[in-house]
Design a protein. Structure first.
Length: 607
C-alpha cells in the first residue's frame, strides 16, 4: 500500500484558494484546543472574517488517492450544489448531499488516504482518521468520537482518467469533512421554538451550511419553517402552521428592517407567536434591527401592544433565560459550619440558620422560597422553607435512597418550582421529581433516558425543556450530555441525552451560564491533569477557558445569566488552605485573573 498523505501537500494543496468574506466559524469540538476569545459578551459570530473554500477541478493525471483527496477537499464547498466535487465522480456514482447533508466530522490532520489496491481499470482507496462527531441532516450535532475507516471505489473513465465510481455507504447522502472545513462551511445558529406553555422560547442550535452570506437571513427562516430538529421536536411547540413557506426573493432587509413574507398557510397561525420566533431567530444577525411580518404580501401586527414594525424588545418577555434574563442574579454560598449566606459584590450576609443542618450541595428554588440539599451520606434529600433575616430554617427529609448504595445529585429547580434529583448507584440511576406540596415521585425507567448510567449531576435549563447532565460511562469517564424534557399531561419524559463535547475527558461540575452555554469544571484531553473552568456551548461548539491564575485547587463552579461565574477554591494560607469564593477580576474578559474575595465555599445561584 502507498500512503499519499504527504503528496497531497505537493499536488492537492492547490485545490483551495482563500477568499475573505463576512461571517465566522461554526464551532466544532477540537479534541483539545482551548479557544482564546477575549470578550465575555458574545459578539455576532456570523459577521467575523472567515475564509471561503474555492475548489479546483481534478487534474488530468491524478492518481486514485489524489482523486479521493481532491473530492474530500472540494466537497467542503457548497457552491453550485457541490458542482466541482461532482466532477470527481463517474456519471452513474450515487451522491445526494444537498440541500441538507449528514456530515462526519473528523479531527483536522488525522486523515490518512491510502491506495489499497489497483486491478486493471479499477482501484480502491482506504481513508482512515479520528472522528469527532456527526452533524445530522437536520443540523443537530452529536459528539461521537470513534475511528473513521471508509473505502472508495474508483474506475477509469472514457478519457482514461481516474474517477470515483462508488462512495462509501455512509457518504451516499453525506460528507466527510475536517473540523476546519466545517468551521469554514457551516454556521452555528439558533432556531427558536416555544416551551409547552407557549411563554418561553427554547433555542434549537443547528449547523447551517453557508453558501452565500447574503442568503443567510433567508436560510434561517427556511430552517425555522422546517421546524425543530428531531431531537427537540416532541418537547416544543411551533407557531407556524404546516406548509408555511417563505415567499418572493426571501427575507428583504432595508435600513435594518427585515421583511418576512409568508404564504397563506400562516393565516392559520398565531401572529404573535410567529413574530416572536422570527424576531429571536433573526436578531442573531447584526444587520437585523427591526422586523415586519407579512402574510401573502399583507403586513400583520401582532397585537395592540406591538406595532407592525417589531423590535427585539417587543419579545423580551419570551427570553429563554426567563424574565430575569436581563438582570444579575442573587448568589449564595456556605460559610464555616455550613451556614448559608448571601453573596454580594463586597462580601456576604447571613441568610438564616439551618436548624438541623448543615447541608451538602445546597440549592435554592428560583423563587427563593425553598432550600434543598443532601445529608452527609448523600442518601437523603432535605428541604425546608427558606427563612431570611436570621431566622431558623427547619429541614425535613423529602426523599431517601431506594436502592442500596444509592446517592443523590444536587437538587435542581425548574421555573415551575419542581425539584429534580437523580439517585445513582455504580452503574444505574433513577430520576426523582418533587412538586410543591406533594411527595417525590420516581420517573419510570422507560421515561428516563439515563437509567443505564451513573449520573454525577443534573441541571435543568431556565426554559424548563432542556437538561444538562454529567454522565459516567462504563469506562468511568464523565462526559456532558444534553437531554430534552417532554411533557405529555402528567407524564414526563427526560431522554435523548446527546453528548456535546469530545474534548473534556472528565467533568466534575456544571451550571447553565445562559440558554446557550454551560460553565463547566473539567479536565481537557491531552492537556491538563487539573480540573479547570471552561465554558461549553450546548450546540457542540468550541469550548473556551475561563479565567487564569487561580492560586488553589478549584472545587466547584456556578453561573447564571448576566451574572459572574463563581468558583470555590482552596487557597493556601499561613497555616492551612482556606476555602474562598472567586470571580473574574474583569467580568468583560473571560480570561482575566480570578479574584478570590470572600471566605466560604460552594457558591451557587438559585435553580
Amino acid at each position: 500500500m502507498i500512503c499519499t498523505r504527504m503528496r497531497r501537500c505537493a499536488r492537492v494543496s492547490a485545490l483551495l484558494s482563500v477568499v475573505g468574506l463576512l461571517a465566522s466559524c461554526a464551532g466544532v469540538p477540537t479534541g483539545g484546543r482551548v479557544s482564546t476569545g477575549r470578550s465575555a459578551a458574545r459578539a455576532e459570530p456570523f459577521d467575523d472574517p472567515y475564509v471561503r473554500l474555492v475548489p479546483v477541478r481534478p487534474g488530468r493525471d491524478w492518481q486514485p488517492s489524489e482523486i479521493v483527496n481532491g473530492f474530500l477537499s472540494a466537497s467542503a464547498s457548497f457552491d453550485d450544489r457541490h458542482g466541482i466535487a461532482r466532477e470527481y465522480l463517474l456519471p452513474d456514482a450515487q451522491w445526494r448531499p444537498d440541500p441538507w447533508p449528514s456530515v462526519t466530522v473528523y479531527e483536522s490532520g488525522s486523515l490518512e488516504v491510502m491506495l489499497f489496491r489497483t486491478e486493471d481499470r479499477q482501484a480502491r482507496v482506504q481513508v482512515t482518521g479520528s472522528q469527532l462527531g456527526i452533524i445530522r441532516p437536520d443540523g443537530q450535532y452529536e459528539a461521537e468520537p470513534r475511528a473513521v475507516n471508509e473505502t472508495f471505489h474508483l474506475a477509469r473513465n472514457a478519457q482514461n482518467q481516474w474517477r470515483i465510481s462508488q462512495l462509501p455507504d455512509s457518504l451516499a447522502s453525506g460528507l466527510l469533512l475536517s473540523r476546519r472545513d466545517v468551521e469554514r462551511a457551516f454556521r452555528t445558529m439558533n432556531l427558536y421554538f416555544f416551551a409547552p406553555d407557549d411563554r418561553v422560547l427554547v433555542p434549537n442550535a443547528i449547523f447551517l451550511p453557508l453558501v452565500n452570506r447574503q442568503d443567510l437571513p433567508s436560510q434561517l427562516v427556511h430552517a425555522l419553517l422546517s421546524g425543530p430538529t428531531v431531537w427537540l421536536r416532541d418537547a416544543v411547540h411551533n407557531s407556524f402552521p404546516p406548509g408555511t413557506k417563505l415567499l418572493g426573493d426571501g427575507v428583504q432587509i432595508t435600513e435594518g428592517v427585515a421583511t418576512v413574507n409568508l404564504s397563506r398557510e400562516a393565516d392559520r397561525g398565531n401572529v404573535a407567536g410567529m413574530s416572536a420566533q422570527l424576531m429571536w431567530t433573526l436578531r442573531q444577525l447584526a444587520e437585523v434591527k427591526l422586523m415586519k411580518l407579512q402574510i401573502d404580501g399583507e403586513t400583520r401586527s401582532p397585537g395592540d401592544d406591538v406595532g407592525p414594525t417589531q423590535s427585539p424588545g417587543d419579545w423580551q418577555v419570551n427570553n429563554p433565560d426567563g424574565v430575569t434574563g436581563s438582570a444579575a442574579q442573587q448568589a449564595y454560598l456556605q460559610s464555616a459550619g455550613g451556614r448559608l449566606d448571601q453573596l454580594y459584590a463586597d462580601g456576604k450576609s447571613q441568610v438564616g440558620t439551618l436548624e438541623n443542618g448543615p447541608l451538602l450541595d445546597p440549592s435554592i428554588s428560583l423563587d427563593r422560597r425553598v432550600v434543598a440539599g443532601l445529608n452527609q451520606e448523600r442518601d437523603e434529600v432535605l428541604t425546608g422553607d427558606l427563612v431570611t433575616g436570621g431566622g431558623p430554617t427547619r429541614l425535613r427529609t423529602a426523599l431517601s435512597a431506594s436502592h442500596r448504595g444509592g446517592t443523590f445529585t444536587t437538587p435542581s429547580w425548574d421555573r415551575n418550582g419542581t425539584m429534580w434529583t437523580v439517585e445513582s448507584t455504580r452503574d444505574r440511576s433513577w430520576l426523582w421529581i418533587k412538586t410543591s406540596g406533594k411527595p417525590a415521585v420516581r420517573v419510570a425507567d422507560a421515561y428516563w433516558g439515563l437509567s443505564a448510567y451513573r449520573v454525577r449531576e443534573l441541571r435543568i435549563a431556565l426554559d424548563g425543556v432542556r437538561a444538562a447532565a454529567i454522565v459516567v460511562d462504563s469506562g468511568r469517564h464523565a462526559q456532558i450530555r444534553i437531554g430534552r424534557i417532554v411533557r405529555n399531561g402528567a407524564v414526563i419524559t427526560a431522554g435523548e441525552f446527546l453528548p456535546i463535547s469530545s474534548e473534556l475527558v472528565d467533568v466534575a461540575h456544571l451550571a447553565w451560564q445562559d440558554a446557550d452555554e454551560l460553565a463547566v469544571l473539567g479536565r481537557l484531553q491531552r492537556i491538563t491533569a487539573q480540573m479547570l473552568p471552561y465554558w461549553v456551548p450546548v450546540s457542540g461548539g468550541k469550548i473556551g477557558g475561563i479565567g487564569f491564575g487561580a492560586q488553589g485547587e478549584i472545587g466547584s463552579i456556578s453561573a447564571a445569566p448576566n451574572s459572574p461565574v463563581l468558583v470555590s477554591a482552596k487557597v493556601p494560607g499561613k497555616d492551612s488552605k482556606k476555602d474562598q469564593v472567586c470571580r473574574l477580576s474583569d467580568q468583560q474578559d473571560r480570561l482575566s485573573e480570578w479574584d478570590c474575595f470572600v471566605e466560604g465555599y460552594n457558591p451557587f445561584y438559585p435553580g
